[in-house]
Design a protein around this ligand. Structure first.
Ligand code: NAP
Length: 235
């Protein structure tokens, strides 16, 4: 039986693991979240130890193909996976959901730090994750686990999607939110806040994605399954 390594931490990675019934699929998680949503099947947790560690893992487990289904902003593991699969000659595919279609009230920036500078002094609803929150001066941060390091200037909501539009509208009203800050994560899991912001006339600051890797990229789980069964040589 062929072995496929899925680099995960996303809903797409979990869906891919569930869809792969005819191969040995190993899902890999970074171990950042204390209580992760676990994919079906075989799971390993924790970093590999850079490119060298990943090469050693691919060889030890006789991995026939790697699908990078990590979050669009997890660019270090993606770069490592590209380097390791190139070194070992392992077929490599990136599964990346598309970003959200831009809207008129959205302003794009290149980094979370730039977003923080832009919204300084306004009551921001910050949904960019638990890292890189140091630059924000006011507002509410929503994270899965507590921010690292903590930022005493921010109110904190610990929660995990999916969210509803009604819930997001209530939350933004309750906290008198003036601006929403988000990464261009894409996908339906966290899109309700964008609909809610549009509904309330609240502007949105969107952090652009890092550049895509120089590797084959698909946008859907079905395309990844198709690549694995037909195109990668691992089917
Ligand atoms: P990152 O900066 O790209 O990666 C940092 C290091 O974490 C990597 O060098 C690797 O360590 C380890 N790592 C990351 N993803 C891994 C995986 N799936 N399996 C094993 N090791 C992994 O990653 P990040 O932005 O901190 O994200 C960490 C994880 O959270 C990712 O799996 C991603 O899918 C998920 N996530 C990230 C975001 C986000 O906004 N960045 C949002 C939602 C979910 P070694 O070098 O030791 O191998």
């Amino acid at each position: 039986m062929k072995t496929v390594l899925i680099l995960g931490g996303t809903g797409e990675a979990r869906a891919l693991a569930a869809a792969l019934t005819d191969v040995r699929a190993i899902s890999s998680l970074a171990g950042r979240v204390a209580d992760p949503k676990l994919p079906e099947g075989e799971v390993r947790i924790g970093g590999f130890g850079g490119v060298e560690g990943l090469i050693a893992y691919l060889e030890a487990e006789h991995v026939d193909a790697v699908v990078d289904a990590t979050h669009p902003f997890a660019d270090r593991i993606t770069a490592n996976a590209l380097a390791a699969t190139t070194a070992t000659g392992t077929p490599f595919l990136v599964l990346r959901r598309p970003g959200w279609p831009p809207e008129d009230d959205w302003q794009y920036v290149d980094s979370v730090a730039e977003a923080a500078a832009l919204v300084a002094g306004r009551r921001a609803f910050i949904t960019t994750g638990r890292q890189e929150l140091a630059g924000f001066t006011s507002g509410v941060a929503r994270t899965v686990d507590p921010p690292d390091p903590p930022n005493p200037n921010l109110q904190l909501i610990l929660d995990r999607g999916p969210y509803t539009v009604d819930g997001e509208v209530d939350l933004m009203r309750e906290h008198r939110i003036e601006v929403l800050v988000t990464k261009d994560s894409g996908g339906p899991m966290t899109a309700a806040k964008l609909t809610a912001a549009r509904h309330l006339g609240i502007p949105v600051v969107v952090v652009r994605r890092p550049p895509p890797p120089r590797a084959p990229i698909v946008e859907t789980v079905a395309e990844a399954v198709d690549w694995l069964t037909r195109g990668s040589g691992a089917g």
